[in-house]
Design a protein around this ligand. Structure first.
Ligand code: ZN
Length: 297
């Protein structure tokens, strides 16, 4: 199950493509008990029909309490999403499917695990998956495992330098000019006065956005030393600019920001093309990641 801010996608299966045997979409809404009850009911019907269900994986928006020793483990904690703060995500599934292993992680850690098993992170022990859409989030895989640490990473809210002459105040309700406040879909729309998908290829907003992307990608490269950075989410499709041009600009701004300080073939021209890449699983990365989590549990 992938729990997003606007929709919840549930599926039964073993992996991407034809591995997805059944899937259903539910509006996230503002009444979690109702939404989760609908998902449980669907899963029950599907598993009864198919006679198989070995484990459940839940990749969810957050923030989440992922500390197994905490009394609120498995809860969404402080989300601004109406109705969902302090929601116990796992209880309805535990009640409906007693004894079945249940794995929970952030949507982006899930997507990272999905790309790691079947997509752009295959064969790599250290890489980062970020999503740039309505918000920005990132999951880091280090030595084959997602980083959790104190809570879990919140890469979308790293502070950003101000480019010369840029007086845009940023769109994050908490920080203004954090990465999400500069590069998420609503931030681009606030800067340009129109949604990203309607912007012309030569709109100056793309320069500002891809320059900020380059700064953030440099930060991730410097801190985590990943072997690859996968960028998912809707913004990468970049309207009339197009996905290829968006990635090219992000790569060249990353290179400029690093200024050759990190020495690796992966950060030179040809290598950069496979260092910063789109997801192979496309919009199914999170859903497949939840399946990978279930299989790992
Ligand atoms: Zn922020």
């Amino acid at each position: 199950m992938e729990l997003g801010g606007t929709k919840v996608i549930a599926a039964i299966g073993t992996g991407p493509g034809r591995g997805i045997l059944a899937r259903e979409r539910f509006p996230t809404g503002d009444d979690p008990s109702r939404t989760l009850a609908s998902v449980v009911e669907w899963l029950r019907a599907q598993s009864a029909a198919m006679g198989i269900m070995r484990a459940i994986g839940v990749a969810s928006f957050g923030p989440l309490d992922l500390d197994p020793s905490s009394s609120t483990h498995g809860f969404i904690t402080t989300t601004p999403k109406r109705g969902w703060a302090r929601t116990d995500l796992l209880a309805p599934f535990r009640r409906a499917f007693p004894g079945l292993p249940i794995a929970l992680d952030t949507d982006v850690n899930g997507a990272a695990l999905g790309e790691g098993r079947w997509g752009a992170g295959q064969g790599l022990d250290d890489f980062v998956y970020i999503t740039v859409g309505t918000g920005i989030g990132g999951g880091a895989i280090v030595r084959g495992k997602p980083v959790h640490g104190l809570v879990h990473p919140e890469m979308g809210h790293i502070p950003m330098p101000r480019a010369a002459g840029d007086d845009f105040a940023g769109a994050c309700a908490i920080h203004g000019r954090c990465w999400e406040g500069l590069c998420a879909g609503p931030a681009i729309a606030a800067r340009a006065g129109r949604p990203a998908e309607e912007l012309a290829a030569d709109d100056p907003a793309w320069d500002a956005v891809t320059e900020s992307m380059g700064h953030a990608l440099a930060t991730l490269t410097l801190v985590l030393s990943p072997r690859r950075i996968i960028i998912g989410g809707s913004v990468r499709k970049a309207g009339q600019l197009g996905e290829d041009a968006f990635f090219e600009r992000c790569r060249s701004h990353l290179k400029r920001t690093l200024a050759s300080y990190v020495d690796s073939p992966a950060l030179r021209d040809e290598g950069l093309r496979s260092f910063v890449v789109p997801p192979v699983l496309g919009d199914d990365a999170g859903l497949c990641g939840a399946m990978a989590m279930a299989q790992n549990s």
